[in-house]
Design a protein around this ligand. Sequence first.
Ligand code: NAD
Length: 500
Amino acid sequence: MSAIESIQVDGEWRAALGGAQREVWDPADATTLARVAESDRSDVDLAVAAARRAFDGGPWPRTPVSERAALLRRVADLLQRDRETIALVESRDTGKTLEEGRVDVDDVTAAFRYFADLVVSEGAGRVVDAGSSEVHSVVAYEPVGVCALITPWNYPLLQASWKIAPALAAGNTFVIKPSEITPLSTVHLVRLLLEAGLPAGVAGLVTGAGDPVGARLAEHPQVDLVSFTGGLVSGTKVARAAAATVKKVALELGGKNPNVVFADACATDEGFDTAVDQALNAAFIHSGQVCSAGSRLIVEESVRERFVTELARRAERIELGRGTEEGVECGPLVSRQHWEKIQAYVASALADGAVLRCGGGRPEPAAHRPAAGFFFAPTVLDHCHRNMRVVREETFGPLLTVETFRTEEEAVALANDTEYGLAGAVWPAEAGRARRVAGRLRHGTVWINDYHPYLPQAEWGGFGRSGVGRELGPTGLAEYREAKHIYQNLAPRPVRWFTG
Ligand code: NAD
Protein backbone atom coordinates (compact mmCIF):
# COMPACT_ATOMS: atom_id res chain seq x y z
CA MET A 1 0.00 0.00 0.00
CA SER A 2 1.35 3.39 -0.96
CA ALA A 3 1.68 6.21 1.51
CA ILE A 4 -0.39 9.34 0.96
CA GLU A 5 1.35 12.71 0.98
CA SER A 6 -1.03 14.21 3.47
CA ILE A 7 0.63 17.44 4.56
CA GLN A 8 -0.33 20.55 2.61
CA VAL A 9 1.90 23.63 2.92
CA ASP A 10 1.92 26.57 0.50
CA GLY A 11 0.19 24.63 -2.27
CA GLU A 12 2.64 21.70 -2.08
CA TRP A 13 1.79 18.15 -0.95
CA ARG A 14 4.53 16.56 1.09
CA ALA A 15 5.62 13.96 3.59
CA ALA A 16 6.48 14.76 7.20
CA LEU A 17 9.85 16.49 7.70
CA GLY A 18 10.93 13.65 9.96
CA GLY A 19 9.69 11.03 7.46
CA ALA A 20 7.33 9.41 10.00
CA GLN A 21 4.11 7.72 8.87
CA ARG A 22 0.99 6.35 10.53
CA GLU A 23 -1.24 3.50 9.46
CA VAL A 24 -4.93 4.22 9.07
CA TRP A 25 -7.15 1.23 9.83
CA ASP A 26 -10.32 -0.17 8.34
CA PRO A 27 -12.42 -0.78 11.48
CA ALA A 28 -14.53 -3.44 9.71
CA ASP A 29 -11.63 -5.93 9.53
CA ALA A 30 -8.64 -4.28 11.25
CA THR A 31 -6.57 -4.16 8.05
CA THR A 32 -4.49 -1.19 6.93
CA LEU A 33 -6.34 1.23 4.64
CA ALA A 34 -3.60 3.77 4.01
CA ARG A 35 -0.44 5.28 5.41
CA VAL A 36 -0.36 9.01 6.04
CA ALA A 37 2.29 11.44 7.21
CA GLU A 38 2.83 11.69 10.94
CA SER A 39 3.69 15.35 11.51
CA ASP A 40 5.59 16.80 14.39
CA ARG A 41 5.94 20.31 15.73
CA SER A 42 8.26 21.41 12.92
CA ASP A 43 5.66 20.46 10.27
CA VAL A 44 3.06 22.50 12.17
CA ASP A 45 5.40 25.47 12.33
CA LEU A 46 5.96 25.34 8.55
CA ALA A 47 2.22 25.11 7.82
CA VAL A 48 1.39 27.96 10.21
CA ALA A 49 4.14 30.15 8.74
CA ALA A 50 2.68 29.59 5.25
CA ALA A 51 -0.84 30.40 6.45
CA ARG A 52 0.53 33.51 8.20
CA ARG A 53 2.22 34.73 5.00
CA ALA A 54 -0.93 34.03 3.00
CA PHE A 55 -2.96 36.04 5.49
CA ASP A 56 -0.59 38.98 5.97
CA GLY A 57 0.47 39.44 2.34
CA GLY A 58 -1.67 37.20 0.16
CA PRO A 59 -4.77 38.07 -1.86
CA TRP A 60 -7.41 35.95 -0.04
CA PRO A 61 -8.30 38.23 2.93
CA ARG A 62 -8.71 41.12 0.48
CA THR A 63 -10.65 39.14 -2.14
CA PRO A 64 -14.15 40.61 -2.63
CA VAL A 65 -16.88 38.78 -0.77
CA SER A 66 -18.62 37.81 -4.02
CA GLU A 67 -15.46 36.07 -5.30
CA ARG A 68 -14.96 34.21 -2.04
CA ALA A 69 -18.58 33.06 -2.26
CA ALA A 70 -18.03 31.92 -5.86
CA LEU A 71 -15.11 29.75 -4.73
CA LEU A 72 -17.23 28.14 -2.01
CA ARG A 73 -19.88 27.32 -4.62
CA ARG A 74 -17.22 25.70 -6.83
CA VAL A 75 -16.15 23.57 -3.85
CA ALA A 76 -19.79 22.54 -3.38
CA ASP A 77 -19.97 21.46 -7.05
CA LEU A 78 -16.72 19.49 -6.74
CA LEU A 79 -18.02 17.74 -3.63
CA GLN A 80 -21.03 16.60 -5.62
CA ARG A 81 -18.81 15.53 -8.52
CA ASP A 82 -16.79 13.33 -6.11
CA ARG A 83 -19.79 12.26 -3.99
CA GLU A 84 -19.38 8.50 -4.43
CA THR A 85 -15.59 8.55 -3.98
CA ILE A 86 -15.77 10.61 -0.81
CA ALA A 87 -18.65 8.55 0.61
CA LEU A 88 -16.61 5.39 0.07
CA VAL A 89 -13.50 6.88 1.69
CA GLU A 90 -15.55 8.07 4.66
CA SER A 91 -17.31 4.72 5.00
CA ARG A 92 -14.10 2.69 4.99
CA ASP A 93 -12.24 5.09 7.28
CA THR A 94 -14.94 5.62 9.94
CA GLY A 95 -16.94 2.40 9.51
CA LYS A 96 -20.20 4.25 8.79
CA THR A 97 -22.46 3.00 6.02
CA LEU A 98 -22.03 4.17 2.46
CA GLU A 99 -25.44 5.81 2.63
CA GLU A 100 -24.41 7.77 5.73
CA GLY A 101 -21.29 8.82 3.83
CA ARG A 102 -23.46 10.11 0.97
CA VAL A 103 -25.67 12.02 3.40
CA ASP A 104 -22.55 13.63 4.88
CA VAL A 105 -21.37 14.76 1.42
CA ASP A 106 -24.80 16.26 0.67
CA ASP A 107 -24.92 17.98 4.05
CA VAL A 108 -21.52 19.60 3.66
CA THR A 109 -22.35 20.64 0.11
CA ALA A 110 -25.34 22.47 1.58
CA ALA A 111 -23.09 24.05 4.24
CA PHE A 112 -20.65 25.42 1.61
CA ARG A 113 -23.58 26.86 -0.37
CA TYR A 114 -25.18 28.29 2.77
CA PHE A 115 -22.05 30.17 3.85
CA ALA A 116 -21.56 31.44 0.27
CA ASP A 117 -25.08 32.93 0.35
CA LEU A 118 -24.75 34.23 3.90
CA VAL A 119 -21.48 36.07 3.40
CA VAL A 120 -22.88 37.79 0.31
CA SER A 121 -26.11 38.76 2.06
CA GLU A 122 -24.26 40.12 5.11
CA GLY A 123 -21.78 42.03 2.92
CA ALA A 124 -18.54 43.57 4.10
CA GLY A 125 -20.05 45.42 7.05
CA ARG A 126 -22.83 47.79 8.04
CA VAL A 127 -23.33 51.53 8.35
CA VAL A 128 -24.50 52.59 11.80
CA ASP A 129 -26.38 55.73 12.79
CA ALA A 130 -23.96 57.87 14.81
CA GLY A 131 -26.67 60.37 15.72
CA SER A 132 -25.02 63.19 13.73
CA SER A 133 -24.99 64.14 10.06
CA GLU A 134 -21.33 65.07 10.49
CA VAL A 135 -20.24 61.54 11.30
CA HIS A 136 -19.97 58.52 9.05
CA SER A 137 -19.71 55.35 11.08
CA VAL A 138 -19.32 51.81 9.76
CA VAL A 139 -18.70 48.44 11.33
CA ALA A 140 -16.48 46.47 8.95
CA TYR A 141 -16.33 42.67 9.08
CA GLU A 142 -12.74 41.49 8.86
CA PRO A 143 -11.22 38.03 9.04
CA VAL A 144 -9.63 37.01 12.34
CA GLY A 145 -6.38 35.78 10.78
CA VAL A 146 -4.78 32.34 10.86
CA CYS A 147 -7.20 29.72 12.17
CA ALA A 148 -6.23 26.36 13.63
CA LEU A 149 -9.00 23.84 12.99
CA ILE A 150 -8.94 20.57 14.94
CA THR A 151 -11.52 17.85 14.23
CA PRO A 152 -12.63 14.46 15.61
CA TRP A 153 -12.97 11.01 14.00
CA ASN A 154 -16.72 10.45 13.89
CA TYR A 155 -17.80 12.97 11.22
CA PRO A 156 -14.46 13.97 9.69
CA LEU A 157 -15.73 15.56 6.46
CA LEU A 158 -18.66 17.25 8.14
CA GLN A 159 -16.74 18.71 11.06
CA ALA A 160 -13.98 19.95 8.76
CA SER A 161 -16.53 21.60 6.46
CA TRP A 162 -18.45 23.30 9.27
CA LYS A 163 -15.18 25.08 10.09
CA ILE A 164 -13.55 25.52 6.67
CA ALA A 165 -16.60 26.98 4.88
CA PRO A 166 -17.19 29.90 7.30
CA ALA A 167 -13.44 30.43 7.84
CA LEU A 168 -12.91 30.88 4.09
CA ALA A 169 -16.12 32.86 3.59
CA ALA A 170 -14.83 35.36 6.16
CA GLY A 171 -11.42 35.64 4.44
CA ASN A 172 -9.20 33.72 6.87
CA THR A 173 -6.37 31.34 6.18
CA PHE A 174 -6.17 28.11 8.14
CA VAL A 175 -4.29 24.97 9.10
CA ILE A 176 -6.50 21.96 9.73
CA LYS A 177 -5.63 18.87 11.74
CA PRO A 178 -8.06 16.00 11.29
CA SER A 179 -8.21 13.12 13.74
CA GLU A 180 -5.25 10.77 13.36
CA ILE A 181 -7.79 7.92 13.27
CA THR A 182 -9.80 9.12 10.24
CA PRO A 183 -7.84 11.70 8.20
CA LEU A 184 -8.63 10.56 4.64
CA SER A 185 -11.72 12.58 3.65
CA THR A 186 -10.11 15.78 4.93
CA VAL A 187 -7.13 15.19 2.62
CA HIS A 188 -9.61 14.85 -0.25
CA LEU A 189 -11.47 18.00 0.77
CA VAL A 190 -8.28 20.09 0.87
CA ARG A 191 -7.43 18.81 -2.62
CA LEU A 192 -10.82 20.06 -3.80
CA LEU A 193 -10.20 23.50 -2.26
CA LEU A 194 -7.01 23.83 -4.30
CA GLU A 195 -8.73 22.54 -7.43
CA ALA A 196 -11.44 25.17 -6.91
CA GLY A 197 -8.72 27.83 -7.14
CA LEU A 198 -7.88 28.72 -3.54
CA PRO A 199 -4.53 30.57 -3.52
CA ALA A 200 -1.51 28.63 -2.18
CA GLY A 201 -0.98 28.91 1.57
CA VAL A 202 -4.61 29.67 2.43
CA ALA A 203 -5.45 26.04 3.23
CA GLY A 204 -2.84 24.16 5.28
CA LEU A 205 -3.19 20.56 6.45
CA VAL A 206 -1.17 18.59 8.97
CA THR A 207 -1.91 14.99 9.89
CA GLY A 208 -0.82 13.35 13.10
CA ALA A 209 -1.42 12.90 16.80
CA GLY A 210 -3.35 15.22 19.09
CA ASP A 211 -0.20 15.81 21.05
CA PRO A 212 2.13 17.14 19.63
CA VAL A 213 0.35 18.23 16.39
CA GLY A 214 -2.94 19.61 17.74
CA ALA A 215 -1.26 20.83 20.90
CA ARG A 216 1.30 22.84 18.92
CA LEU A 217 -1.46 24.42 16.83
CA ALA A 218 -3.39 25.42 19.94
CA GLU A 219 -0.40 27.09 21.57
CA HIS A 220 1.18 28.54 18.42
CA PRO A 221 1.86 32.29 18.80
CA GLN A 222 1.16 32.91 15.09
CA VAL A 223 -2.33 31.41 15.27
CA ASP A 224 -5.19 33.84 15.99
CA LEU A 225 -8.11 31.47 16.50
CA VAL A 226 -8.52 27.83 17.38
CA SER A 227 -11.73 26.00 16.61
CA PHE A 228 -11.83 22.55 18.17
CA THR A 229 -14.36 19.75 17.94
CA GLY A 230 -13.73 16.73 20.11
CA GLY A 231 -13.93 15.43 23.66
CA LEU A 232 -14.08 17.40 26.90
CA VAL A 233 -10.63 16.31 28.09
CA SER A 234 -8.76 17.39 24.93
CA GLY A 235 -10.97 20.49 24.60
CA THR A 236 -9.96 21.61 28.08
CA LYS A 237 -6.28 21.20 27.15
CA VAL A 238 -6.81 23.20 23.96
CA ALA A 239 -8.47 26.04 25.87
CA ARG A 240 -5.62 26.07 28.37
CA ALA A 241 -2.95 26.09 25.64
CA ALA A 242 -4.74 28.83 23.69
CA ALA A 243 -5.12 31.04 26.76
CA ALA A 244 -1.39 31.79 26.92
CA THR A 245 -1.61 33.89 23.74
CA VAL A 246 -5.26 34.99 24.18
CA LYS A 247 -6.50 33.34 21.00
CA LYS A 248 -10.14 33.27 20.13
CA VAL A 249 -11.39 29.82 21.09
CA ALA A 250 -14.42 27.86 19.89
CA LEU A 251 -15.09 24.44 21.41
CA GLU A 252 -17.62 21.87 20.24
CA LEU A 253 -17.43 19.12 22.83
CA GLY A 254 -19.35 16.06 23.91
CA GLY A 255 -22.90 15.45 25.01
CA LYS A 256 -25.03 13.19 27.17
CA ASN A 257 -28.27 13.77 25.44
CA PRO A 258 -31.73 13.04 26.85
CA ASN A 259 -34.56 11.68 24.74
CA VAL A 260 -37.69 12.33 26.82
CA VAL A 261 -40.81 10.30 25.98
CA PHE A 262 -44.17 11.20 27.56
CA ALA A 263 -46.83 8.52 27.73
CA ASP A 264 -49.33 10.55 25.68
CA ALA A 265 -46.96 10.46 22.69
CA CYS A 266 -47.50 6.68 22.67
CA ALA A 267 -51.29 6.81 22.96
CA THR A 268 -51.87 5.68 19.38
CA ASP A 269 -50.13 2.75 17.65
CA GLU A 270 -48.69 5.17 15.12
CA GLY A 271 -47.36 7.49 17.83
CA PHE A 272 -45.84 4.58 19.72
CA ASP A 273 -44.18 3.17 16.60
CA THR A 274 -42.76 6.59 15.66
CA ALA A 275 -41.36 7.27 19.15
CA VAL A 276 -39.72 3.82 19.34
CA ASP A 277 -38.34 4.08 15.83
CA GLN A 278 -36.85 7.51 16.51
CA ALA A 279 -35.41 6.38 19.84
CA LEU A 280 -33.53 3.67 17.92
CA ASN A 281 -32.32 6.22 15.39
CA ALA A 282 -31.34 8.63 18.17
CA ALA A 283 -29.21 6.08 20.01
CA PHE A 284 -27.79 3.73 17.40
CA ILE A 285 -27.13 5.54 14.14
CA HIS A 286 -23.37 5.33 13.38
CA SER A 287 -23.22 2.90 16.33
CA GLY A 288 -23.93 5.76 18.73
CA GLN A 289 -20.68 7.50 17.82
CA VAL A 290 -22.47 10.81 17.46
CA CYS A 291 -21.99 13.80 19.76
CA SER A 292 -25.75 14.38 19.84
CA ALA A 293 -26.71 10.69 20.19
CA GLY A 294 -29.85 10.24 22.28
CA SER A 295 -28.09 7.89 24.66
CA ARG A 296 -30.39 8.56 27.66
CA LEU A 297 -33.95 7.41 27.17
CA ILE A 298 -36.08 9.12 29.82
CA VAL A 299 -39.51 7.54 29.52
CA GLU A 300 -42.73 7.97 31.51
CA GLU A 301 -43.05 5.06 33.95
CA SER A 302 -46.51 4.00 32.74
CA VAL A 303 -45.26 3.12 29.21
CA ARG A 304 -41.77 1.97 30.13
CA GLU A 305 -42.21 -1.79 29.87
CA ARG A 306 -44.03 -1.74 26.54
CA PHE A 307 -41.63 0.86 25.11
CA VAL A 308 -38.40 -0.84 26.18
CA THR A 309 -39.60 -4.30 25.11
CA GLU A 310 -40.30 -3.07 21.59
CA LEU A 311 -37.10 -1.03 21.50
CA ALA A 312 -34.96 -4.03 22.50
CA ARG A 313 -36.76 -6.27 19.98
CA ARG A 314 -35.96 -3.86 17.17
CA ALA A 315 -32.41 -3.08 18.40
CA GLU A 316 -31.57 -6.79 18.19
CA ARG A 317 -32.56 -6.78 14.54
CA ILE A 318 -30.25 -3.93 13.48
CA GLU A 319 -27.99 -5.36 10.78
CA LEU A 320 -24.36 -4.79 11.75
CA GLY A 321 -21.59 -5.15 9.20
CA ARG A 322 -19.05 -3.55 6.94
CA GLY A 323 -20.47 -0.16 5.97
CA THR A 324 -19.96 -0.73 2.26
CA GLU A 325 -22.06 -3.94 2.18
CA GLU A 326 -25.60 -3.88 0.83
CA GLY A 327 -28.24 -4.19 3.56
CA VAL A 328 -25.93 -3.20 6.43
CA GLU A 329 -27.57 -0.65 8.76
CA CYS A 330 -24.76 0.00 11.21
CA GLY A 331 -20.99 -0.25 10.96
CA PRO A 332 -18.33 -1.15 13.52
CA LEU A 333 -16.87 1.02 16.27
CA VAL A 334 -13.91 3.03 15.10
CA SER A 335 -11.10 1.18 16.90
CA ARG A 336 -10.21 -1.68 19.23
CA GLN A 337 -9.46 0.79 21.99
CA HIS A 338 -12.92 2.31 21.64
CA TRP A 339 -14.53 -1.16 21.59
CA GLU A 340 -12.82 -1.98 24.88
CA LYS A 341 -13.99 1.30 26.40
CA ILE A 342 -17.60 0.53 25.46
CA GLN A 343 -17.38 -2.96 26.91
CA ALA A 344 -16.02 -1.53 30.16
CA TYR A 345 -19.03 0.81 30.33
CA VAL A 346 -21.40 -2.16 29.99
CA ALA A 347 -19.56 -4.01 32.76
CA SER A 348 -19.73 -0.98 35.05
CA ALA A 349 -23.45 -0.50 34.32
CA LEU A 350 -24.23 -4.11 35.17
CA ALA A 351 -22.15 -3.88 38.33
CA ASP A 352 -24.17 -0.77 39.24
CA GLY A 353 -27.45 -2.69 38.89
CA ALA A 354 -28.56 -2.01 35.30
CA VAL A 355 -30.54 -4.75 33.55
CA LEU A 356 -29.33 -5.81 30.10
CA ARG A 357 -32.28 -5.97 27.67
CA CYS A 358 -30.26 -6.65 24.52
CA GLY A 359 -26.71 -6.52 23.12
CA GLY A 360 -23.87 -6.14 25.57
CA GLY A 361 -20.93 -7.23 23.43
CA ARG A 362 -19.68 -8.61 20.13
CA PRO A 363 -22.26 -10.00 17.71
CA GLU A 364 -21.72 -13.34 15.96
CA PRO A 365 -19.33 -12.97 13.00
CA ALA A 366 -20.82 -13.29 9.51
CA ALA A 367 -19.65 -12.93 5.92
CA HIS A 368 -20.40 -9.20 5.98
CA ARG A 369 -19.12 -8.89 9.58
CA PRO A 370 -15.51 -10.08 9.88
CA ALA A 371 -14.50 -11.47 13.27
CA ALA A 372 -11.56 -9.04 13.37
CA GLY A 373 -13.87 -5.99 13.01
CA PHE A 374 -14.77 -3.81 15.98
CA PHE A 375 -18.50 -4.59 15.99
CA PHE A 376 -20.57 -4.00 19.10
CA ALA A 377 -24.23 -5.01 19.30
CA PRO A 378 -26.77 -2.24 20.01
CA THR A 379 -27.28 -2.41 23.75
CA VAL A 380 -30.25 -1.38 25.90
CA LEU A 381 -29.60 -1.01 29.62
CA ASP A 382 -32.80 -0.83 31.67
CA HIS A 383 -33.32 0.32 35.28
CA CYS A 384 -30.58 2.91 35.15
CA HIS A 385 -30.30 5.86 37.50
CA ARG A 386 -28.53 9.17 37.51
CA ASN A 387 -25.67 8.08 39.76
CA MET A 388 -24.36 5.44 37.36
CA ARG A 389 -21.23 6.24 35.36
CA VAL A 390 -22.94 5.00 32.20
CA VAL A 391 -25.66 7.62 32.68
CA ARG A 392 -23.35 10.50 33.59
CA GLU A 393 -20.45 10.05 31.17
CA GLU A 394 -20.46 10.27 27.39
CA THR A 395 -19.89 6.68 26.22
CA PHE A 396 -19.94 7.51 22.50
CA GLY A 397 -21.06 4.00 21.58
CA PRO A 398 -24.22 1.93 20.98
CA LEU A 399 -25.38 2.03 24.61
CA LEU A 400 -28.86 3.27 25.49
CA THR A 401 -29.69 3.73 29.16
CA VAL A 402 -33.29 3.82 30.39
CA GLU A 403 -34.54 6.02 33.25
CA THR A 404 -38.16 6.77 34.14
CA PHE A 405 -40.22 9.66 35.48
CA ARG A 406 -43.78 10.22 36.75
CA THR A 407 -44.22 14.01 36.42
CA GLU A 408 -43.26 16.69 33.94
CA GLU A 409 -41.16 18.35 36.62
CA GLU A 410 -39.23 15.14 37.17
CA ALA A 411 -38.70 14.68 33.41
CA VAL A 412 -37.21 18.16 33.06
CA ALA A 413 -34.98 17.69 36.11
CA LEU A 414 -33.64 14.40 34.77
CA ALA A 415 -33.06 15.79 31.27
CA ASN A 416 -31.09 18.71 32.67
CA ASP A 417 -29.14 16.59 35.14
CA THR A 418 -25.91 16.48 33.12
CA GLU A 419 -22.74 18.54 33.01
CA TYR A 420 -23.18 18.64 29.23
CA GLY A 421 -25.87 20.46 27.27
CA LEU A 422 -25.57 19.68 23.59
CA ALA A 423 -28.91 18.31 22.43
CA GLY A 424 -32.10 16.59 23.51
CA ALA A 425 -35.57 15.66 22.37
CA VAL A 426 -39.05 15.59 23.78
CA TRP A 427 -42.03 13.48 22.66
CA PRO A 428 -45.34 14.79 23.99
CA ALA A 429 -48.72 14.73 22.25
CA GLU A 430 -49.81 17.97 23.81
CA ALA A 431 -48.46 21.09 22.06
CA GLY A 432 -48.38 23.23 25.20
CA ARG A 433 -46.30 20.67 27.04
CA ALA A 434 -43.94 20.36 24.05
CA ARG A 435 -43.12 24.06 24.09
CA ARG A 436 -43.02 24.25 27.89
CA VAL A 437 -40.56 21.40 28.25
CA ALA A 438 -38.43 22.45 25.25
CA GLY A 439 -38.16 25.92 26.78
CA ARG A 440 -36.83 24.51 30.03
CA LEU A 441 -34.20 22.16 28.60
CA ARG A 442 -30.65 23.47 29.00
CA HIS A 443 -29.36 22.11 25.70
CA GLY A 444 -28.14 23.82 22.50
CA THR A 445 -30.56 21.95 20.24
CA VAL A 446 -33.98 20.65 21.27
CA TRP A 447 -36.07 18.51 18.96
CA ILE A 448 -39.81 18.13 19.44
CA ASN A 449 -41.17 14.92 17.91
CA ASP A 450 -37.96 14.27 15.99
CA TYR A 451 -34.32 13.42 16.55
CA HIS A 452 -31.05 14.42 14.83
CA PRO A 453 -31.98 16.82 12.02
CA TYR A 454 -30.03 20.05 11.87
CA LEU A 455 -30.04 22.94 9.43
CA PRO A 456 -27.01 24.84 8.12
CA GLN A 457 -28.90 28.08 8.80
CA ALA A 458 -29.52 27.24 12.49
CA GLU A 459 -26.78 27.47 15.11
CA TRP A 460 -25.27 24.26 16.47
CA GLY A 461 -23.43 24.09 19.79
CA GLY A 462 -23.66 23.38 23.46
CA PHE A 463 -24.66 24.75 26.83
CA GLY A 464 -22.53 23.86 29.86
CA ARG A 465 -19.50 21.70 29.19
CA SER A 466 -20.64 20.88 25.69
CA GLY A 467 -18.64 23.84 24.52
CA VAL A 468 -18.07 27.48 23.79
CA GLY A 469 -19.41 29.26 20.71
CA ARG A 470 -21.58 28.03 17.86
CA GLU A 471 -21.12 26.50 14.43
CA LEU A 472 -23.50 27.01 11.48
CA GLY A 473 -25.98 29.85 11.20
CA PRO A 474 -24.98 33.54 11.28
CA THR A 475 -23.15 32.98 14.59
CA GLY A 476 -21.07 30.26 12.91
CA LEU A 477 -19.79 32.88 10.45
CA ALA A 478 -19.37 35.57 13.11
CA GLU A 479 -16.95 33.26 15.02
CA TYR A 480 -14.48 33.78 12.17
CA ARG A 481 -14.79 37.56 11.93
CA GLU A 482 -13.57 40.58 13.79
CA ALA A 483 -15.93 43.54 13.88
CA LYS A 484 -14.05 46.79 13.35
CA HIS A 485 -15.74 50.12 14.04
CA ILE A 486 -14.54 52.92 11.75
CA TYR A 487 -15.79 56.31 12.92
CA GLN A 488 -15.21 59.20 10.59
CA ASN A 489 -15.74 62.81 11.60
CA LEU A 490 -16.85 64.60 8.42
CA ALA A 491 -16.36 68.09 9.91
CA PRO A 492 -13.37 67.98 12.29
CA ARG A 493 -12.82 70.95 14.61
CA PRO A 494 -11.23 71.41 18.05
CA VAL A 495 -13.23 70.03 20.96
CA ARG A 496 -11.65 72.37 23.60
CA TRP A 497 -11.89 69.76 26.31
CA PHE A 498 -8.69 71.27 27.57
CA THR A 499 -8.85 75.00 27.70
CA GLY A 500 -5.14 75.97 28.07
P1 NAD B 1 -10.64 13.79 20.91
O1 NAD B 1 -10.84 14.92 21.85
O2 NAD B 1 -9.89 12.62 21.35
O3 NAD B 1 -9.89 14.31 19.59
C1 NAD B 1 -10.40 15.36 18.81
C2 NAD B 1 -9.25 15.99 18.03
O4 NAD B 1 -8.38 16.64 18.97
C3 NAD B 1 -8.37 14.99 17.29
O5 NAD B 1 -7.95 15.58 16.08
C4 NAD B 1 -7.20 14.80 18.25
O6 NAD B 1 -6.03 14.37 17.61
C5 NAD B 1 -7.05 16.20 18.80
N1 NAD B 1 -6.39 16.29 20.09
C6 NAD B 1 -6.29 15.35 21.08
N2 NAD B 1 -5.58 15.84 22.11
C7 NAD B 1 -5.25 17.11 21.80
C8 NAD B 1 -4.50 18.14 22.47
N3 NAD B 1 -3.96 17.97 23.67
N4 NAD B 1 -4.37 19.32 21.84
C9 NAD B 1 -4.92 19.55 20.63
N5 NAD B 1 -5.60 18.60 19.94
C10 NAD B 1 -5.76 17.40 20.53
O7 NAD B 1 -12.08 13.41 20.37
P2 NAD B 1 -12.46 12.21 19.41
O8 NAD B 1 -12.38 10.96 20.21
O9 NAD B 1 -11.72 12.34 18.14
O10 NAD B 1 -13.99 12.56 19.07
C11 NAD B 1 -15.04 12.23 19.90
C12 NAD B 1 -15.49 13.43 20.69
O11 NAD B 1 -15.84 14.49 19.82
C13 NAD B 1 -16.74 13.13 21.48
O12 NAD B 1 -16.61 13.64 22.78
C14 NAD B 1 -17.83 13.85 20.72
O13 NAD B 1 -18.95 14.20 21.47
C15 NAD B 1 -17.09 15.04 20.22
N6 NAD B 1 -17.80 15.64 19.09
C16 NAD B 1 -18.49 16.79 19.30
C17 NAD B 1 -19.23 17.34 18.26
C18 NAD B 1 -20.03 18.60 18.45
O14 NAD B 1 -20.54 19.13 17.46
N7 NAD B 1 -20.18 19.12 19.65
C19 NAD B 1 -19.22 16.73 17.01
C20 NAD B 1 -18.50 15.56 16.83
C21 NAD B 1 -17.78 15.02 17.89
